[in-house]
Ligand binder design. Structure first.
Ligand code: ADP
Length: 576
């Protein structure tokens, strides 16, 4: 991954690590020669050795600076690229994945680790290589004094490292297990700190309640973290004391050897430096191994997420040829939301001829929106099939299908973008087609709004990013959403899921009449609770408990005196 993202940085890393590995050896050796020269009172040698050491130290400083520069650049680079990979993956996931807590856990675990772990693995590897080179050099120097000392020093650092690896994997398991809690914290932060919730949080005095919950969860996590950290500190301290004791044992033996004149003063300093730094290098190798082990555990989360198969398997396109003008047909369609036992829709058979204006009515929860989600292929039917122009929706190319359908959802999005973009994103290829954007605005009934905005099309909507941003009313946002759907001028199926609920009655009537006129010749599917709007449709379908219970024209349904007639009478009563 790193090689692909930044090959140059990787090469620099190799060069600088080698430099940083070898210079300390040189410095130690020059130090020994210097002390011996001093003991011999060799003036010239002392002078040149000090200068040489200065040169080596500057080189080392340069290598270390360079390493930290490469590290921070590579870190920033990887963080960008890995985050892009993750978001790209999230984009490919189907809507149902987003309703799956497991998926959210995976996504948030992957994102949490994205920016730091890949770099940590690479740096860990280099730390190992660098320190191993240093270590081997010191071991070679030291073995002149005592081979046993080398073995002893290495052995004494081993327990600390093994413990480190074990504790790291404990911490990893802990964090993975807590992923749902961490996400809950994130959610509470979002609710407490976001404009969307600010009104209700204040009006209902939810602040203390939610903050209390936040504190409870966070305190619980803190206590667990503290336990792990304290254990790690103690174990680390005790086991590294073992290494220190070994070091001083060897130190003593060497000092006595120097006193007895078996080694020179220069050799004593060389060995002491070699011992100390060799042991440090060894500990760093081992702790880097532990670190890599830990980072790898976290990386498995990231790679597992990146390896998730895309939601929709590639389609056998052209399985059934499309016949223009056949319209939309539901064939005994049933649908169960993932993880649910109850069918949200069952045995729905319905034919919507091309150009028909269909209205769907029914109580909350009767399955109206679900039907739209199936029609727009956000979900695939559990049973039966849906045909568009005689071809199974499943067999349509994604782009082809999306281009044919314009939709405004009940919970349409309010983008913190300019007015132009808010409308234009309805058809991304035409984002810059000003004439089309203006037409869509006019058709959505937002032209008056446009006239009132200070910077016209370029006015930022929403105030997340700009003070000059304009916050709109619910009804105004709704017109923008409508305009967005009208950007799809090529779409021959228009779907409106209660698109006018936030408009006043008069505005709704106006928008709707215009909509009918503009949609002439196109197929429209409309969900509405308002009968003045519904009665204008060619055909009306009444849903109850996930099934079609009545259908027909307004007049026919009223005459039949069934559920539709009762709902109509009830609403008409209210207006009298
Ligand atoms: P309507 O649009 O008619 O108000 P919906 O189609 O939204 O009704 O919902 C139909 C049924 O499906 C309801 O019982 C609802 O609880 C259930 N439902 C809707 N969305 C989901 C979902 N994402 N996951 C599980 N069940 C859902």
């Amino acid at each position: 991954m790193v090689w692909r993202v930044a090959p140059g940085a990787l090469v620099a890393l190799v060069a600088l690590s080698t430099l940083a590995a070898l210079t300390p050896l040189g410095i130690a050796y020059v130090g020994k020669r210097l002390i011996d020269a001093v003991v011999l009172r060799d003036h010239d040698a002392a002078l040149s050795l000090v200068l040489l050491e200065l040169g080596l130290v500057s080189l080392l400083a340069l290598a270390q600076r360079g390493l930290s520069l490469v590290r921070s650049l590579l870190g920033a680079r990887l963080s960008v690229d890995v985050n892009v990979m993750i978001l790209d993956k999230a984009l490919l996931a189907s809507l149902s994945r987003f309703e799956d807590p497991e998926f959210y856990d995976q996504l948030s675990r992957a994102r949490r680790e994205a920016s730091s772990r890949p770099l940590a693995v690479v740096m860990g590897l280099f730390q190992i290589v660098q320190n191993t080179v240093t270590l081997l050099g010191y071991a070679a120097l030291l073995s002149r004094a005592s081979g046993w000392a080398v073995v002893g020093l290495m052995a004494s650092a081993l327990p600390a490292t093994i413990a480190e690896v074990r504790l790291a994997s404990d911490a990893f398991r802990l964090r993975n297990r807590r992923s749902p809690e961490t996400r809950r914290l994130g959610y509470l932060e979002y609710v407490l700190g976001n404009e969307v919730f600010a009104k209700e949080v204040r009006m209902y005095g939810l602040g203390p309640l939610l903050l209390g919950r936040y504190r409870d969860v966070a305190e619980g996590l803190y206590r667990e973290d503290r336990g792990v950290a304290v254990r790690r500190a103690w174990v680390g301290y005790l086991l590294s004391s073992l290494a220190t004791a070994t070091f001083y044992g060897c130190y003593l033996a060497l000092a006595l050897a120097a006193v007895a004149g078996r080694i020179t003063l220069g050799e004593l300093t060389l060995y002491v430096v070699a011992f100390r730094q060799g042991q440090q290098a060894f500990t760093s190798v081992l702790s880097a191994l532990g670190g890599i082990y830990e980072d790898n555990l976290y990386m498995t989360n990231l790679f597992a997420f990146l390896a998730l198969p895309p939601s929709e398997p590639p389609r056998a396109s052209g399985a059934s040829p499309a016949v223009a003008g056949e319209g939309i047909v539901f064939e005994d369609v049933g649908f169960r939301y993932p993880g649910q036992t109850r069918f949200a829709l069952r045995h729905v058979s319905l034919s919507i001829p091309r150009g028909q204006h269909l209205a769907i009515v029914g109580q909350n929860g009767s399955g109206k929106t679900t039907l739209i989600k199936l029609l727009t292929r956000l979900y695939e039917p559990t049973e039966g099939r849906i045909l568009l122009d005689g071809r199974d929706l499943r067999d349509w190319e994604d782009a082809e299908l999306r281009a044919r359908v314009g939709v405004v959802f009940q919970d349409f999005a309010r983008y913190q973008l300019s007015l132009r973009e808010n409308v234009g994103v309805g058809s991304v290829p035409h984002l810059d087609d000003e004439a089309r954007v203006l037409r869509a605005i006019e058709r959505g009934g937002a032209d008056e709004l446009l006239g009132a905005l200070p910077e016209g099309l370029e006015t930022p909507l929403g105030r997340w990013f700009k003070r000059e941003g304009v916050e709109l009313s619910g009804g105004q946002w709704q017109r923008i959403a409508l305009a967005r759907a009208f950007m799809r001028e090529e779409a021959d199926v228009l779907i409106l899921d209660e698109p006018t609920a936030a408009l006043d009655a008069e505005a709704e009537q106006a928008v709707f009449e215009r909509f009918q006129a503009l949609a002439a010749g196109r197929t429209t599917v409309l969900i509405s609770h308002r009968f003045p709007t519904v009665r204008g449709a060619d055909h009306i379908v009444v849903l109850a408990d996930g099934a079609i219970v009545e259908q027909g024209s307004h007049e026919a349904l009223v005459a039949a005196g069934g559920r539709y007639a009762r709902m109509f009478a009830l609403q008409a009563e209210g207006y009298r």
